[in-house]
Design a protein around this ligand. Structure first.
Ligand code: 5AD
Ligand code: SF4
Length: 447
């Protein structure tokens, strides 16, 4: 009987990408993907610990899976990702029946861990480039996970050398290590040969890639056939004039930058240790808008950081209004063990954090509505990624026209009707309206 696996993925794109690699490794080992975890012989949790909520959700779901081993003795349950790295062997104390625990730097050891018996633990962080194998087989694996897909992630670096006081990432993902540029180029060449049109370069701090991120972007655009290049996430302090200029001139580099603000108050930015103040952020974002006209700028914001007063929060709202971000992820602060901020008093009441979050989200959706409305009547070049989530499942076959979804050269999702054979193509779409998070349009017929 063929064994089946199911991976639960939490957290950022890095985890989504790692889960893809793991699925490829399991396929190479003869496993098949299961439709649901109730059908799986191996359940793996790829976890996130960036906020308390994500961490606890993972812990409780692992508990539910482990409990199933009572009925299904041969079931294997494993944990990887950032909770595995943060908790290490403590996870075996919480759940003695757990089979394996491995950190983000130890994914390549999965085949050995699965063959082992008892508690299989691998959570060493690697900080010597010579030891880091970047999953040497990613090229073979990427083929497995990209069948019939349009866009792919490509890891270009791992870890983070900054020390933002709220953030647990440096302790679970280690020091920055950059993947050799030649390996990145050959991975992208392989992806384009298998039909991929767009890559998103991934790293916790992409623009400090080998001290020359722009050169990497230029090499990728000159040496490969990729149509579109995206990346996430850069740190505002490392946002150089060169990168802005690249956005203005490079026709493959998408017109989008995710630029995490975190807070708009100088006092809070200082205690967050973000290495920029409000004015510097606003100046950089405005310079970027001036240089690369029409660029989409999205951001991350934390509300309720220790000591954040109403007036600090007003500073955040002011920056949001001034920059008019094209999208936002907003979070309530939650203390993470071992970080500098965890030693500060978490003194903003939950209710107040909730109220600030709501205000921020309301402002964000007001800005979105205004900006989206301005796009109505324009024509956008949309890379068609697949069927829209709005297409009912029962209609996903046997019809000639489908609800398709794709992305503008910026960062906006567009839904429109068209034939499935448009998937993977860049097509002109006339924008006719806007929903709360996406645009609606009609395919422009070319004569
Ligand atoms: N509490 C709330 N949000 C956090 N983030 C990181 N750490 C915390 C924390 N302790 C947010 C930041 C980051 C995003 C990935 O998660 O905004 O950019
Ligand atoms: Fe979560 Fe950060 Fe780990 Fe990504 S790197 S999974 S956001 S803790």
């Amino acid at each position: 009987m063929v064994k089946k696996f199911y991976i639960h993925t939490f957290g950022c794109q890095m985890n989504v990408h790692d889960s893809g690699k793991i699925a490829g490794m399991l396929a190479d080992m003869g496993y098949m993907p299961a439709d649901a975890d109730s059908d799986a012989d191996f359940i793996l949790f790829n976890t996130c610990t960036v906020r308390d909520h994500a961490h606890h959700k993972a812990i409780s779901e692992i508990g539910r899976a482990v409990a199933r081993k009572k009925q299904k003795k041969e079931l294997i349950v494993g944990v990887c990702g950032c909770v595995a790295q943060a908790e290490k062997d403590h996870l075996f104390e919480i759940y003695p029946e757990l089979d394996l625990v491995f950190g983000p730097d130890q994914i390549s050891r999965l085949p050995d861990l699965l063959k082992g018996t008892g508690k299989n633990l691998a959570t060493e962080l690697i900080d010597d480039p010579a030891d880091y194998n970047w999953l040497k087989n990613t090229i073979a694996l990427s083929h497995y996970r990209t069948i019939a897909r349009v866009s792919s992630f490509v890891t270009i670096m791992k870890g983070c050398n900054n020390n933002c006081s709220f953030c647990i990432v440096p302790s679970v993902r280690g020091r920055e290590l950059s993947k050799p540029a030649d390996d990145i180029i050959s991975e992208i060449k392989h992806l384009t040969a298998s039909g991929i049109k767009e890559v998103t370069l991934l790293g916790q701090n992409v623009n400090s890639y080998n001290k020359d991120f722009v050169k990497l972007v230029q090499r990728i655009s000159n040496e490969t056939d990729i149509c579109r290049i995206r990346y996430t996430s850069p740190h505002p302090k490392d946002l150089s004039a060169d990168l802005m200029e690249e956005h203005a001139t490079n026709l493959k580099l998408c017109s989008h930058m995710h630029l995490p603000l975190q807070a708009g108050s100088d006092r809070i930015l200082r205690t967050m240790k973000r290495s920029y103040n409000k004015d510097q952020f606003v100046k950089k974002a405005s310079a970027l808008r001036k240089c690369a006209e029409g660029i989409d700028i999205t951001t991350d914001i934390i509300v309720g950081f220790p000591g954040e007063t109403e007036s600090d929060f007003q500073d955040t709202l002011e920056v949001v209004k001034e920059i008019a971000f094209d999208g936002m992820f907003a979070f309530k602060y939650s203390p993470r063990p071992g970080t500098k901020a965890a030693a500060m008093k978490d003194d903003v009441p939950q209710k107040e954090k909730e109220a600030r979050l709501q205000k921020l989200l309301e402002l964000n959706s007001k800005i979105w509505k205004e900006k989206a409305q301005r796009l109505v009547g324009t024509m956008q070049q949309v890379l068609v990624e697949g069927m829209s989530k709005r297409q009912p499942t029962h209609q996903r076959t046997n019809v000639l026209t489908h609800q398709l979804a794709g992305k503008t050269f910026g960062n906006k999702i567009v839904n429109f009707s068209g034939n499935l054979n448009l998937i993977g193509h860049i097509v002109p779409v006339g924008i006719t309206g806007a929903g709360p998070n996406s645009l609606k349009g009609d395919l422009c017929m070319l004569k």
